[in-house]
Design a protein. Structure first.
Length: 177
């Protein structure tokens, strides 16, 4: 695993330069896009599962995504060394969620094993999507900048994912049935 510089060795950025720093731009963009996808899917997950599983089992499956989120966050906590490249862990987290999303897509609303696999894999990354970006900021930015960078990436993410449920609903309305 690649090592990174400790935050204490990073130099503080002038206040006007923080938005020009590619570390911030890529971190904010990655967090915003991943939260958009995550919140969009979670808002519609139950209704996507009901036709194949019924309401009660769909509720249990959606709850299983929460259990998978706890397990996924715990696993990353155990596996990630203190000075690891946290962006690599973030990328791995997104890869697991993409595979889960593809399983949900390929299930086509009918294949129950693929639906459940998709829920578990997608769910495994739920908690890490919100916890890894601030941890990345702590590792890559000076202590002075972390107190600015974390609120900025969170604000960009929230401003983006607020539209996700409506966007996913619009896509579902356009999709052939």
């Amino acid at each position: 695993m690649a090592t990174i510089l400790p935050a204490s060795s990073a130099k503080p950025l002038p206040k006007t330069q923080v938005w020009k720093d590619w570390r911030l731009v890529t971190l904010a963009a990655g967090m915003a896009l991943s939260l958009f996808a995550q919140i969009g899917l979670l808002a519609h997950l139950f209704s996507l599962l009901v036709p194949a599983l019924g309401a009660q089992l769909a509720g249990f499956a959606a709850g299983g995504a929460t259990a998978a989120a706890i397990a996924g966050r715990t696993l990353v906590g155990w596996l990630m060394p203190a000075h690891a490249d946290r962006r690599l862990f973030g990328c791995a987290n997104y890869a697991v969620q993409i595979v889960g999303s593809l399983a949900l897509l390929f299930a086509a609303g009918h294949n129950i094993p693929l639906l459940l696999l998709g829920v578990v894999l997608f769910g495994a990354g739920i908690g890490n999507t919100t916890s890894l970006p601030p941890m990345i900021a702590q590792a890559e930015f000076s202590k002075e900048d972390v107190s600015r960078v974390v609120p900025l990436i969170v604000a960009v993410g929230q401003g983006t994912y607020a539209f996700a449920p409506a966007a996913f609903g619009f896509i579902r309305e356009l999709a052939p049935r």
